[in-house]
Design a binder for this molecule. Structure first.
Ligand code: FFO
Ligand code: ATP
Length: 195
């Protein structure tokens, strides 16, 4: 079988992934708490009932306190199950009593029922002010967002911002990004060309 084609864009993204992984230093617990406060406020301002969060991978923002807070306040938390490469994610119901099981690439997911979110929190290694993001390279969130008609909110630390994330045809910009410094509205559709 022929080896999969790797494009220049894939190489640019790979470079940036390495750079961001090297830059990544554990943010302070204060930053993490402030980020979750902003994120919770942003979610609560919306009517979404089923919110897809993530279970942390090493070095990522730990959204577990947010998952608990959302669940306690009556929202249904969903967590992704990492499917085979090339497939969209599936989401399963989580409650504080859920038992997490090991999945692909070091991820964990609950064994709860499969459900469809109406709001998806999207992790990244890097983001830009236009709402483009760089993930781990699975294309999972791009495939998932292309399929679902849902609100997406990106979250991460301000230090993960870069001037411009390399863009590909499948990359879907995220209209709202939350960091410990506040909320970034990236929806440039209302801004004229001269801006
Ligand atoms: N916390 C969290 N959960 C998440 C994501 C995430 O970014 N953060 N994902 C966001 O999409 C999905 C998982 N995506 C992932 C994609 C690749 C690798 C990974 O480690 N890939 C290996 C290469 C694996 C291979 O091809 O054999 C690597 O990069 O070394 C990890 C997670 C769903 N769950
Ligand atoms: N909707 C899609 N349909 C087909 N291929 C896609 C789609 N979305 C992404 N891809 C492909 O998947 C591969 C990985 O995409 P990319 O490098 O953008 O991942 P990523 O955004 O870093 O990862 P993730 O979305 O999992 O966080 C690329 O080759 C890309 O072209």
């Amino acid at each position: 079988m022929a080896a999969p084609q790797i494009s220049d864009l894939d190489l640019l993204k790979k470079d940036l992934r390495l750079k961001m992984a090297q830059l990544r230093q554990a943010a302070s617990p204060d930053d993490e708490a402030v980020l979750q406060k902003f994120l919770l406020r942003e979610i609560r301002a919306r009517p979404a009932r089923k919110i897809a969060a993530v279970w942390p991978l090493a070095g990522e923002v730990d959204l577990r306190p947010l998952c608990h807070a959302l669940s306690v306040s009556g929202r249904q938390v969903l967590l992704p199950e990492t499917t085979r490469k090339g497939s969209p994610l599936i989401f399963r119901r989580w409650t504080p009593a859920s038992i997490m099981v090991a999945g692909r690439f070091g991820t964990s997911h609950p064994e709860g029922e499969i459900d469809i979110p109406d709001l998806v929190l999207v992790p990244f290694l890097a983001f830009d002010v236009f709402g483009y993001r760089l993930g781990y390279g699975g294309g999972y969130y791009d495939r998932t967002l292309a399929m679902l008609d849902v609100t997406a909110i990106g979250f991460g630390f301000a230090g993960q911002q870069v001037d411009r994330v390399p863009r590909g045809p499948y990359d879907i910009p995220i209209p709202t990004i939350v960091t410990e410094r506040g909320i970034i509205r990236t929806d440039f559709s209302k801004i004229t060309m001269k801006d």
